[in-house]
Unconditional design. Structure first.
Length: 602
């Protein structure tokens, strides 16, 4: 483009660190993709022939066999879905990747619609019959899977209705989700620098909010706002459409509140979540207390919104990818050599995609894929300490998913609430090791502030985002389609109480809900982060009190995957998350960290 140049053509510090997806398929044209889907369709039809209208008549042994067959036939379907998702995330700009994603979704729908009967017939059984079956030792390994499915009994529809919802999702909500990804990845944010204009992707412009130079941060914030404003109409249209789609589906499925479906999926009840959220809101003054300290450390009277991520002490050099790898592996190795062994494979076998590339999806994730393969990690490495933490975070997921792989396709993954356990725990291990090895009090203060800010982003920011989503869904249900201005207002109303008077939120900040993918892809995902962080602080306290003897118990928790509801799994570690006072334990530790930073600052 005239007068502009694209930065980071070289892939940055992680140039060449790309994942190798060939453990899944050789490439997007690999005939094995359709061969797997063909076979799954044949198996699904045969399964239907054997079990349709017969689920109620199965004894425990037969039901156990049916569930195993069901799991086996779905595995290749999940493999094709995982592969097409990963390929698309790696380059959302390639039409071929979008086309493969759509192709796999449509074929998966064809397979799944023929299998709907199985879960529906199980869910329709009367409770006495279910209790008798689940009491049988033949179903011991499937007890949680089968009883978890029964939670949906009040919310499932008839088979033809379910079929229509599944078929139309590919051109409805799923299509809007994909459109959002492609659209946001394609936005170029125009930043003025040294007399010329450079164009940055979302990841790069957000990274500049961490720059030590205030003018750079201010310019990045302006460019982000301008880009979002320019594209606000189509983005807001996507939001409005999906929020309304959720309202319709919730009504059809008899979910009373916007968050109810998420709680059910998370295997957690509404009072537990509400006690988590209100415990965090009650601690909002801690956020203001910290940002007042930060303003003092930066020598500013008051922070502007674009100062929130300013570093306390400038990082002297960028961290090469290899060094990041060493830091993370050493921290895991200190805690449990077994975890470092699992993590090392991710680097050695190219299961990580870390370089910067145009068209690559923003953010970071670890995808579990299928038990017969292994997880993959995507992130965009820019050489900052927070990227090292991101590697630690995603590897935590990777280790968790690897350890839980033996639980099989249906139970290898936990609900979202406990999905963030190993990831946040891993970040803590890296942070503690860096603090332990750092003698310079100024650098220690910088590290501590970085950790506090991460924890705030994981706890308080996510709680504020949840409050925003609650108000967004309520408002859409009561007031009809929302104007951008109205949504901006809801966003500000949710964020202001958290910052109090410690950060000046400009009118630009009102637009910054427009790029957050969780609101689009997974409504009410965000509280799981707060849950995860506060849970991890409680786990760390157990580790500090019990030492190395506690480590095998933690590894057992990870190995259990999603085989029991979170309260049951955590009770094995003597933690009671149903106690409303539970969350304040972690919050008190955050308050201690702020106190420690105040003391270090003098
Ligand atoms: Zn995570």
């Amino acid at each position: 483009m005239g007068g502009t140049r694209a930065p980071a053509d070289d892939g940055g510090l992680a140039s060449g660190i790309r994942w190798d997806l060939s453990d899944l398929y050789a490439g997007p044209d690999d005939p094995q993709i359709d061969a797997d889907l063909d076979r799954a369709l044949v198996d699904a039809r045969a399964f239907e022939g054997r079990y349709r209208e017969r689920v109620a008549a199965l004894d425990a042994g037969e039901l156990a066999r049916a569930v195993s067959e069901y799991e086996t036939l779905l595995e290749p379907v999940s493999r094709t879905a995982a592969y097409s998702d990963l390929l698309f995330a790696a380059d959302t700009s390639a039409e071929r990747n979008g086309a493969l994603l759509q192709h796999v979704q449509e074929r998966t729908t064809e397979i799944r619609t023929g299998l709907l009967f199985f879960e529906l017939e199980w869910v329709a059984l009367d409770a006495d019959a279910v209790d008798a079956l689940l009491g049988d030792p033949a179903l011991a390994r499937r007890r949680h899977y089968l009883s978890a499915m029964r939670r949906y009994r009040p919310h499932v529809l008839s088979e033809p209705e379910e079929r229509i919802l599944e078929e139309t999702a590919n051109t409805g909500p799923r299509a809007f989700g994909r459109f959002f990804d492609e659209f946001v990845s394609a936005i170029r944010f125009r930043v003025a620098r040294d007399g010329e204009t450079i164009e940055l992707g979302e990841e790069e412009v957000l990274a500049q909010l961490y720059d030590p130079v205030r003018a750079t941060r201010r310019e990045a914030a302006r460019a982000l706002t301008d880009g979002l404003k320019t594209h606000a109409r189509p983005l807001a249209f996507i939001f409005n459409t999906l929020v309304q789609h959720k309202a319709v589906e919730d009504r059809l499925r008899a979910f009373e509140a916007p968050m109810a479906a998420r709680h059910l999926a998370n295997e957690i009840d509404e009072p537990s979540v509400e006690s988590l959220l209100s415990a965090c809101v009650a601690r909002y003054p801690l956020v203001a207390r910290y940002y007042r300290l930060k303003a003092r450390l930066l020598g500013l009277a008051r922070l502007e919104d674009y100062d929130r991520y300013a570093p306390i002490s400038a990082e002297p050099t960028q961290i090469p990818f290899d060094r990041a790898r060493r830091i993370v592996l050493d921290a895991y190795g200190d805690f449990a050599p077994e975890m470092a062994d699992v993590a090392r494979q991710f680097f050695e076998a190219s299961w990580i995609d870390a370089e910067l590339r145009p068209g690559k999806r923003g953010g970071a994730f670890c995808a579990s894929t299928v038990p017969s393969a292994h997880p993959y990690i995507l992130l965009s490495y820019t050489g900052h300490l927070r990227d090292v933490m991101t590697i630690a975070h995603e590897l935590g997921h990777g280790i968790h998913q690897t350890l839980a792989r033996d639980q099989g396709l249906f139970e290898q993954n936990t609900p979202l609430t406990t999905a963030e356990t190993a990831s946040v725990f891993g970040e803590m291990l890296v942070f503690r090791r860096l603090m332990r090895d750092e003698p310079d009090p100024q650098v220690r203060l910088g590290l501590l502030c970085g950790k506090i800010e991460d924890a705030f982003a994981t706890v308080f920011r996510q709680v504020a985002m949840t409050r925003f989503e609650q108000s967004l869904h309520e408002a859409r249900r009561n007031q009809g389609e929302l104007s951008i201005e109205r949504t901006n207002q809801l966003w500000m109303d949710a964020n202001r109480p958290m910052f109090g008077d410690s950060v000046q939120l400009s009118s630009d900040y009102a637009w910054w809900w427009l790029y957050i993918p969780h609101f689009v892809h997974s409504p009410f995902y965000c509280y799981a982060y707060a849950f995860g962080e506060l849970l991890v602080l409680a786990l760390l306290r157990c580790y500090d009190e019990q030492g190395d003897e506690w480590v095998p118990r933690y590894l057992d928790l990870l190995r259990a995957g999603g085989t029991e509801p979170p309260p049951v799994l955590l009770a094995r570690l003597d933690l009671d998350i149903t106690d409303p006072g539970f969350w304040d334990g972690g919050l008190a530790l955050l308050a201690d960290m702020v106190g420690e930073a105040e003391a270090l600052a003098g």
